[in-house]
Design a protein around this ligand. Sequence first.
Ligand code: PLP
Length: 438
Amino acid sequence: MIKEKTAAAELKELDKKHFFHPTSSIKQQQQSGPAFIFTEGKGIYLYDESGTKVIDGMSSLWNVNVGHGREELGEVAKEQMAKLAFSSSFASFSNEPAIRLAAKIAEIAPGDLNAVFFTSGGSESNDTAYKLARHYWVVKGQPQRQKIISRSKSYHGVNVGATSATGLKPFRDFTNSLAPDFCYVDHMSPDALRARIEQEGPETIAAFIAEPVQGAGGVHVAPENYFKEIRSICDEYGILFITDEVITGFGRTGKLFGIEHYGVVPDMMCFAKGVSSGYAPLGGVVFSQALYEELGELSTGTLLHGYTYSGHPMACAVALKNIDIIEREKLADNAEKRGVDMLNGFEEIKAANPIIRAVRGLGLMGAIEFHSQESADGPLAPRVLAEAAKRGLICRAVVLEGQDILVFSPPLVITNNEMQEMLHILQASVYAVEQSLQ
Ligand code: PLP
């Protein structure tokens, strides 16, 4: 026991000294070190080095869709690594897992989305979509079509292109330097898109990009007809329509892809996260058959875009098995059912706790929004988050652009009982903060 404690203390010290954490407070990390050092996961639960068990209310980063501890994914990775850990997909080289995964994604993606370009994650997928949209207009003889329009409150990642497309301003202000030719419109208004296109000049616009349900910006669900109108505006002006399904793909919203709720098909669809449930780093962009064929007809030289790990054999083998699990266990259906339970539970907690202003969600993406803008107590979401962590639930606070929100996206394997356990902890945590205000 003493030995274990020493090991944990040593890890904490090494972390503070050497592990530069992504998306974190640098100062707090250097001073306090990690709050949890996770060592194991099973289903919706994570365990740390001291044996503490918590519900992973965010599927870690909206990505562990099939839940933790899936041994069959480990076995597939081991087999593939022993057989062929890596080979290139550049030029005319290929490998079986990448081919089969591309075909599988083409089979399950909406409409005529048929050709898959692989990356290692969501940011790379977004940058790929912008670059190839612009390249398309170059080879089509309209090189002035360079602008990418995105939505307020959107999050598309942290590479230079993806940061520039991100509607959440603090992410763009972080470096005081962005890629050119990005502009933004209100996230819920098709009219705002039309006005922006007219203002910029339609002949300068390459593409419009949107998350089917906005995630990191606070789980904002678009109105029912929003994407139908968007699709028709893009068609009217000949603009490519890209969806960012990095969170919403692979069952998260109760359908395999979020855009299926809206009955339209984009020209390109970015994915990552749930494609491998985080068991291997992987992402990609699916292109419509028409766009892929046109690119083939118009391009002459080499496609000067590709990542070393595009089509990584091990990552693709893991993703194939992961999709097999999502289909076999009908996890999109479970996300729909448990998502209804989650939203009903949020409504009950809201009715019992006046500090909650609104609740919303789709499938297993959910949010509760606090009233704190009007109070002198500062944002409430981080305080509820801390109470929840003490009681065994981790989730995420979004305190951005005047919002004070807690967001949730538990693994798609969550059972009814586990959902009730999560809601019970949430109710107790909200209540504790409410009491502390009186
Ligand atoms: N797009 C969306 C909608 C996301 O939520 C994220 C990450 O959370 C990204 C892109 C970036 O993905 P990654 O962190 O894998 O680069």
